[in-house]
Design a protein. Structure first.
Length: 367
């Protein structure tokens, strides 16, 4: 009877152990957690077992000095991996980036939970207010202010708007986070969204299709804010003010004007209205009389980056594209603002209010 040899234990080489360890280390930009095991003058060491030892040093140390001052041996902290292994065998870490990543994550959760925060207004500019949440600066656009805080300024004077907004600096507002832009380090706040349940209750008496009389409560580049009642405002976008081209809403209305408008959408506590839908649609006149290939006369009412806008009747306009002239400058030379020219219709879709035209080059002069 022979004696069986014991199974030999095969030891792994240092290279094999090293490769196994490297494979275990989480990917770059991953968040990991571990206790502080040493704090030196220019470096902090973190135990990241079983992966190895992490280090915060160099620029990452300088960027997180304020946080590091408060650390003690044994404190467990979350860090972000910036290099899986450096030339000294340490896992390079960032404390500040980890904190920022956590803040963005918490902000996203706050949006979903519709959390409300009491924040102090730090500053104001011509567009809105500057607030701060967990050390991160954020912006509250004027359009997201409640009615009693919205700057009521005639003619939309930006200097006067900023002066009114400055009056809110130092005040505490109830706001909600509505946007997160990590790459730009920005948060977007809203005062209107800070109490969605209350707002929903206030607008519950209204429905799409209602025609109501309102007061003009605000004039901005992109439209007109209308006051439906105390605590409830809606927006008439510039495209819904009139069938014709509107360059500046301030040329049509002033604060306090009474206007009739139709509710066209109620979504997520926001009311959208239209004034033009209470007026006769001028496109209907041409539904059965105008078609592709017809020749029309029209006046040049605007140049834009795409071409020239041509009006064949107030409220009915089509586009002559730059490409039909070989460029923007050539088009502007040929089609002068305020002048009337003959055109051929190349596309006509009255239901979508779309029309394209080409200049009729038969030697006819402008009128």
């Amino acid at each position: 009877m022979t004696k069986t040899d014991p199974v030999a234990v095969v030891e792994k080489s240092p290279l094999e152990l090293y490769l196994e360890n490297i494979m275990l280390i989480p990917e770059k930009d991953s968040l990991v957690e571990g206790p502080v095991i040493a704090i030196e003058k220019s470096a902090v060491y973190i135990d990241l077992a079983p992966y190895g030892t992490g280090i915060i040093f160099g620029r990452e140390f300088l960027n997180a000095r304020d946080i590091i001052k408060k650390l003690n041996i044994g404190d467990s902290i979350k860090v972000k991996i910036v290099e899986r292994e450096n030339e000294d065998g340490y896992i390079e870490l960032s404390l500040k980036e980890a904190k920022q990543a956590l803040i963005w994550s918490e902000a996203e959760k706050a949006i979903k939970a519709r959390s409300v925060f009491d924040l102090v207004v730090k500053d104001a500019n011509k567009g809105g207010l500057i607030l701060e949440w967990q050390g991160v600066a954020g912006f509250l656009p004027s359009s997201q202010l409640k009615a009693d805080h919205y700057p009521r300024v005639e003619e939309g004077d930006k200097e006067k708007i900023q002066k009114e907004l400055k009056k809110l600096v130092g005040e505490k507002l109830q706001v909600a986070i509505i946007g997160v832009i990590p790459k730009e380090g920005k948060l977007i706040f809203s005062e209107k969204e800070s109490n969605p349940e209350e707002r929903q209750e206030l607008i519950s008496e209204y429905k799409v299709g209602d025609t109501i009389e309102c007061d003009v409560a605000g004039l901005v580049d992109f439209g007109v804010f209308l006051k439906l009642k105390d605590g409830v405002e809606g927006l008439v976008h510039i495209s819904e003010l009139d069938w014709g081209l509107v360059e500046d809403p301030r040329g049509l209305y002033k604060l306090g004007d009474k206007v009739k408008a139709k509710i066209i959408e109620i979504k997520e506590g926001k009311v959208s209205l239209s004034i033009k839908q209470l007026k006769e649609n001028p496109w209907k006149e041409f539904e059965s009389t105008l078609k592709k290939g017809d020749i029309v006369k029209g006046v040049v009412i605007k140049h834009n980056k795409h071409g020239a806008l041509i009006s064949i009747k107030p409220g009915v306009a089509g586009l002559v594209h730059n490409s039909t002239f070989g460029g923007e400058e050539k088009l502007k030379e040929a089609l002068m603002l305020g002048k009337t020219y003959p055109f051929t219709v190349t596309l006509f879709e009255p239901k979508e209010q779309r029309m394209t035209l080409v200049f009729l080059e038969d030697g006819k002069k402008a009128e």
